[in-house]
Design a protein around this ligand. Sequence first.
Ligand code: SF4
Length: 366
Amino acid sequence: MTTEQYCDILNFTASGGKPDITQIEVLLSPPDAECEQKLFDTALKLKREIFGNLVNLRGLIEFSNICSCDCLYCGIRKSNPKVKRYQMSDEEILHSAKLASDFGYGAVVLQSGERSDRHFTGRVTQLLNKIAELPSPPAVTLSCGEQSLEVYKEWVAAGAKRYLLRIESATEEIFRRIHPESTTFANRKAALLRIREAGFQTGTGVMIGLPGQTLHHLARDIEFFRDMDIDMIGMGPFLPQSDTPMGDAPDDEQTVARRFSWSLRMIAVTRLVLKDVNIASTTALQTIDPENGRERGLLAGANVIMPNVGDISYRRDYQLYNGKPALDENGREIREKLLESLRKIGEVPRWDASGDPPHFARRTNS
Ligand code: SF4
């Protein structure tokens, strides 16, 4: 692939062309550093044409680490006996939601392990009702795993706007390799369709740099996002967690650098292919590059950051992977650092806004 050929496909995609999977894979494989930078710059330009230099902020509340699943990569999987299980109280969750609102974030993400028992799903409904009664209620994204259509509808009726359920890999063979038999690709995909049917702004995402994963697999992931007409994407590098069956996956400097650079390319190419969706610059990028990781994600075309607003005392017990950053920083400290780092790259927070992806309005109005 020559520089010229690469630039032709980049320009074709940036000007509204619909690349096929081969072309998406090419976009993910710039032939040199100059082309890679051109990819990031083109994606950032498109992001700024659609969203300006604004970044949507969502206060992240990891409200429970109790999970009934056993994903092979995840630090809070049910078979990890080293995890101290917790559930934040309603008061603590509401306090965090109010804090996010006071900080001007305009939106929160309520994230937990997956549970489908009625006690759990009913409690989430009640929490949503209580959040809706706050003086300036933030928009709510839920990330609580696979649920029935009835439960998703109940949560929409109680005020939740968005739902994030990561497919982790759109290649079934890879999906199978990183999940137990009880968690199937077909069920995960069906749950995403239910989320959409229930009326949520629908989010998914993948892990990048899994053992055996190639750029072709990642191209298929982007094709999956497009085929599923997804509104929001949250993806980041695979980071092994030492207490899991995948804890001994390669983690040398070269492998980590590749995961990081592939993650930035995934953000950029996803922006170019999907255009007006929300794309998060995730904490996993910050884990690899604490000083500039999230910022580099934004400069590659992402437009969402999820600063933690949860109670600091639970932070260590919600470690999906090793090296989670900001374990000892409270919500205010995280906010100050974030504002400073956004200033440095010429981006500004979009204060007090729900920050809906234009793609959702477009697909629901058409
Ligand atoms: S990835 Fe999610 S569903 Fe899987 S074990 Fe972790 S918390 Fe549970």
